[in-house]
Ligand binder design. Structure first.
Ligand code: ADP
Length: 790
C-alpha cells in the first residue's frame, strides 16, 4: 500500500494533516524533524512527502535537498507546507529544492487531499508499471533460456559425434540422435541401462572407475573404449570426454559429454604397431618354415581370432601352422585340415588364392553360406565350432614364387568383421613375410659364401676366381704365398696384365713359371669354368720339379758314368777270355789292371751315390774327434802323391805352426780334401802343380787347394756345389765325373759348422777353401773334446 510521509515539528500540525488525509485510506508516516524524515525514508517506500518548511535543525529545504540526493528517494514528490514563507523568493527556493507543489496555511483540506490523491495515484500507477515490466523481463528471460537450450540441442544434433548430457548424479538426461542411431536403442531404455549394455565387456570396468572418479571430483572425464554398433554388431573404438558445468558456487549442474569414433585411427596405429612387432619376429628366424609358422602366432589375437598358414608343396597346399585365440580350438582347427584336405578346385579360400595368386576378402559369412561350403554335417559342425564370420586369404610370395597362403579368420570371439583396411594390412604382412623369407635365403647364401671363403683361406692350394671380363675377383691366402702377389696387387685387375699367359690355362693342369723374390718358382695350375667365371687352383711344384730334375740327372749320370768303366771292364774281360788270341803276358797284365782300376772307379761312383743319399736322408753317422789340421794336410798330400799321374805334383804350400786343433770326423774331412785335390788335377789338363795349405784365421782353420787349371766362371761358382752339377755335362773335355764330389764336400763341411767356396786365381785356375771353426769354439758347445784333450 502507498504510504504518505508527514513532516512537521509541531504535533498539532501533524494531527491536522492526519485528519485531512485519513479519508484517502493510505498509511500515514510521521516525522517530527528533517533527520527523522530521512530515517523514515530509509525504512519505507513512500508515495508522497508533505514537508514543513520552518523546522528547527534541518529546515524543509535542506531536508528536501538531502532527499533529492539519494537515488532511491530522488523521484518522490514533495509538497511543501508553510504558514509564513509566502514570498516569491521562498516559493522559488522550494521548487528548486525539488518541490512539486507549495501549500500555504491555512489551506483548503479538500484541495490538499485531492492533490495528495493525485500523487498517490501516480505512484500506484508507476508501481504497477514497474511490476509489469519486471514480469515481462522474467518472461523474456525464460524464453531466452528455452531458446538457448534449443539452440544447444540443435547444435548437438548437428554434430557428427555422439553428444550427451548427464545430471550431476551421472544419469543421462539427453543423448543426440546420432548416438541413438548408433546404439539403435530408444532414449529411455538407454537411460535405464546406461552404457553397460553397449560397451565392450573388457572396457566396462575401466569406464565405471573413471566415470565414478569424475563424478566424485567434478574433474573432466576422458576414456577410450569400444561401443557396440547396432548395425553390424562390431565394437568400435571411441574417445569419450565429459566436462562438468558448474554454478557460481562451484556445484556441478550438468555434465556435457561426447563420444568420438576413433576406430579407424586406432586401427591404423595398431596396424602400424603390429607390423613393427611382426618385423622383429620375422627377422628372428632364418629358417623359412619357422618364419612362416611365426606368422600364425603373430596374427592371433591382434588381427585374427584364428589364423592358418598353408605352404605349397608339390603344387598342393599343406597346413604348416594354426593358431586360435581359444587354445582348445587349435586342435579342432588341425582336425579340420586333417579330415578335410584342401580341395584344389574350391571356389574360395586358400585354394582359390593358390590358383589365382590374388587375395580374397569375405566380409560376412552367413550360416547359410557355411552350410553350402561344408562337405558334410561333421565338417559344418567343426566350422561352426571354430566360428567363421569373416575371413581374409592372402598369397605369400618370395622371389616371385608363391610359397603359400595366410588365412586370417574373424570369429565370434572378437566380433570383428574384415574390411578393405584389414585386407591391406594382411597383404602388407604377407609382403613382409615374403621379404623375411627372401632375406633369410640371402643370408644363408652370404653365410655360405663367407664359409666357403673361410675354407678357401685355409686350403693349401692357391685359389683364385676370374670373372667373365677376365678380372681377378678372389685371391686366397695360399695364392698370395705361392705366387708372392698380395691380394690388393691383383684383385680387381685383369689376370693377363698381372700374370700373362695364365689366362690360357684350362681344365688340363699346366706347369707355369712365376717369379717370386727374384727366384723362379714353378706352379701346376688348372681352371674350371662356371657361371660366374673361371676358378683356378694351383700349387707350388718347384721342389718336386727340382727333385724330378735330380732324378733325371741321376739316371743320366749314373748310366753315363757306369757305362765307361763297365765298357772298359767288359772289353778287357772279353779279350782275355778269347781262346783264339795268344796274348803276351804284358798285355794280359794290362788288361787285368784295367779291370781292377775300372772296378775301383765303379766302387767310387757307387760309394759317392750312397754317401749322397745318406747325406740327403740325414742317415750318415759322424765320428767327431779332435784333429790336428797340420798333420791332416801333410798326410793328405802324401797319400795323393802316391797315385798322381805322371808329371803331376802336390805342393804343400803354407802350413803354419800355430794352427789350432779342430773337432771333425777326420775320415770325412780327408775325403773332402782328397776330392778337392783330385778335381784340381782333373781340371788342369795343361798340368801344373797343385798347392795345398792350411792356416789359422780368426778362430778358424782354413784349408786351401789351388790349381792353374780351367777355372770356374763366377756365375757358376755357387752352382758347382749342387748335386750332379757339372760345368761340362757332356764331357766334351773328356773328363768324367758324377757331379757329386763337391756336393758331398759341401754337406760334410756344413755338418761341422764349416763352409766351402771357390775363388778364381788371378793368373787363371781356381782356389777352393774349406773353413772349419777352431776346436775351442765347438768344444764349449759339445763338450766332447774336453775329455780327448786331457
Ligand atoms: P765331378 O768332378 O765328378 O764332375 P764335382 O762335384 O767334384 O764333380 O765337381 C763339379 C764340377 O765342378 C766339375 O764337373 C767341374 O766342372 C767343376 N770343377 C770342380 N773342381 C774344379 C777345378 N778345380 N777347376 C775347374 N773346374 C772344377
Amino acid at each position: 500500500m502507498a504510504k504518505i510521509l508527514l513532516v512537521d515539528d509541531r504535533p498539532e500540525n501533524l494531527l491536522a494533516l492526519e485528519a485531512i488525509l485519513e479519508p484517502l485510506g493510505k498509511r500515514l508516516l510521521y516525522a517530527s524533524s528533517g533527520d527523522d524524515a530521512l530515517r523514515q525514508l530509509l525504512r519505507h517506500d513512500v508515495a508522497v512527502i508533505l514537508l514543513d518548511v520552518q523546522m528547527p535543525g534541518l529546515d524543509g529545504f535542506e531536508t528536501a535537498a538531502l532527499i533529492k540526493q539519494r537515488e532511491r528517494t530522488r523521484h518522490v514528490p514533495i509538497i511543501f507546507v508553510t504558514a509564513i514563507s509566502k514570498e516569491e523568493e521562498q516559493v522559488f527556493q522550494g521548487y528548486s529544492a525539488g518541490a512539486v507543489d507549495y501549500v500555504f496555511k491555512p489551506f483548503n483540506p479538500d484541495v490538499l487531499r485531492s492533490k495528495v490523491a493525485v500523487f498517490i495515484e501516480l505512484h500506484e500507477k508507476n508501481e504497477q508499471l514497474r511490476r509489469q515490466a519486471e514480469q515481462l523481463k522474467e518472461q523474456e528471460l525464460a524464453d531466452l533460456r528455452r531458446e538457448s537450450e534449443e539452440r544447444y540441442r540443435f547444435l548437438a544434433e548437428a554434430q557428427p559425434e555422439q553428444i550427451w548430457t548427464a545430471l550431476p548424479s551421472g544419469e543421462l538426461d539427453y543423448v543426440n540422435q546420432r548416438a541413438l542411431d548408433y546404439f539403435a536403442t530408444p532414449f529411455p531404455e538407454l537411460v535405464d541401462k546406461g552404457w553397460a549394455e553397449v560397451v565392450h565387456p573388457e572396457d566396462l570396468g575401466r569406464l565405471l572407475d573413471l566415470w565414478q572418479t569424475a563424478l566424485a571430483t567434478a574433474e573432466p572425464y576422458e576414456n577410450e573404449l569400444r561401443f557396440r554398433r547396432a548395425a553390424d554388431g562390431a565394437y568400435r573404438w571411441h574417445l569419450t570426454r565429459a566436462v562438468p558445468m558448474t554454478d557460481r558456487s562451484g556445484a556441478v549442474v550438468r555434465w556435457f559429454g561426447s563420444n568420438v569414433d576413433i576406430h579407424d585411427q586406432k586401427r591404423a596405429e595398431e596396424a602400424q604397431r603390429f607390423l613393427v612387432d611382426a618385423g622383429a619376429v620375422l627377422a628372428a628366424s632364418l629358417d623359412y618354415r619357422s618364419t612362416l609358422a611365426a606368422v600364425a602366432s603373430l596374427a592371433v589375437p591382434r588381427i585374427a581370432d584364428w589364423a592358418r598358414v598353408d605352404v605349397v608343396e608339390d603344387g598342393r597346399l599343406h597346413t604348416l601352422a594354426v593358431e586360435h585365440v581359444d587354445p582348445r580350438k587349435i586342435e579342432l582347427a588341425f582336425e579340420l585340415t586333417r579330415r578335410y584336405p584342401q580341395n584344389p578346385e574350391a571356389v574360395q579360400g586358400p585354394a582359390l588364392v593358390l590358383r589365382t595368386g590374388r587375395s580374397e576378402l569375405a566380409t560376412e559369412i552367413g550360416d547359410e553360406q557355411l552350410a553350402e561350403l561344408a562337405q558334410d554335417d561333421f565338417h559344418l559342425g567343426l566350422v561352426r565350432e571354430l566360428g567363421v564370420q569373416s575371413y581374409i586369404c592372402v598369397p605369400l610370395v618370395a622371389h616371385g614364387e608363391l610359397l603359400g597362403v595366410i588365412s586370417l579368420v574373424a570369429a565370434a570371439e572378437s566380433g570383428r568383421r574384415y574390411g578393405s583396411e584389414d585386407l591391406a594390412l594382411a597383404e602388407e604382412l604377407a609382403r613382409r613375410v615374403g621379404t623375411a623369407v627372401e632375406n633369410a635365403k640371402l643370408y644363408r647364401e652370404v653365410a655360405g659364401r663367407a664359409q666357403a671363403a673361410r675354407v678357401l683361406e685355409t686350403v693349401g692350394d692357391g685359389v683364385f676366381l676370374v670373372d667373365a671380363d677376365g678380372i681377378v675377383r678372389l685371391w686366397n691366402g695360399a695364392a698370395e704365398a705361392i705366387a708372392g702377389i698380395a691380394r690388393d696387387e691383383i684383385v680387381g685387375r685383369p689376370l693377363d696384365e698381372v700374370l700373362p699367359g695364365w689366362e690360357r690355362v684350362r681344365t688340363r693342369a699346366e706347369t707355369l713359371p712365376v717369379e717370386r723374390e727374384g727366384r723362379e718358382r714353378w706352379v701346376s695350375i688348372s681352371g674350371v669354368a662356371f657361371d660366374e667365371g673361371i676358378v683356378y687352383a694351383f700349387h707350388d711344384i718347384t721342389e718336386e720339379r727340382a727333385l724330378e730334375q735330380i732324378r733325371q740327372d741321376l739316371v743320366a749320370t749314373v748310366s753315363h758314368e757306369l757305362r765307361t768303366p763297365l765298357a772298359a771292364i767288359y772289353g778287357s774281360a772279353m779279350t782275355l777270355s778269347r781262346g783264339d788270341l795268344e796274348l803276351e803276358g804284358e798285355i794280359e797284365q794290362r788288361l787285368l789292371n784295367v779291370i781292377v782300376e775300372e772296378s775301383a772307379r765303379l766302387t767310387t761312383i757307387v760309394n759317392d751315390l750312397l754317401l749322397a743319399s745318406q747325406l740327403d736322408s740325414g742317415r750318415l753317422a759322424a765320428q767327431i774327434d779332435s784333429c790336428d789340421p797340420r798333420e791332416l794336410a801333410l798326410s793328405v798330400a802324401e797319400a795323393a802323391a802316391t797315385h798322381l799321374p805322371k808329371g803331376r805334383r802336390v805342393v804343400v804350400d803354407t802350413v803354419a805352426d800355430d794352427v789350432p786343433r779342430i773337432a771333425v770326423d777326420e775320415a770325412q774331412l780327408r775325403q773332402v780334401l782328397d776330392n778337392l785335390l783330385d778335381n784340381a788335377v782333373k781340371y788342369s789338363p795343361a798340368g801344373g802343380d797343385v798347392r795345398l795349405g792350411v792356416e789359422a784365421i780368426d778362430g778358424a782353420v782354413r784349408f786351401f787347394v789351388a790349381d792353374d787349371g780351367l777355372g770356374i766362371p763366377p756365375v757358376e761358382q755357387e752352382r758347382i756345389f749342387e748335386k750332379f752339377y757339372r760345368l761340362d755335362p757332356d764331357m766334351t773335355g773328356g773328363v768324367g765325373g758324377t757331379g757329386l764330389g763337391l756336393y758331398i764336400a759341401r754337406e760334410l763341411v756344413r755338418r761341422v759348422g764349416g763352409r766351402i767356396w771357390v775363388e778364381a786365381n788371378e793368373g787363371g785356375g781356381s782356389t777352393f777353401r774349406v773353413e772349419i771353426p777352431a776346436a775351442a769354439d765347438q768344444l764349449t758347445q759339445t763338450g766332447q773334446l774336453a775329455a780327448s784333450r786331457q
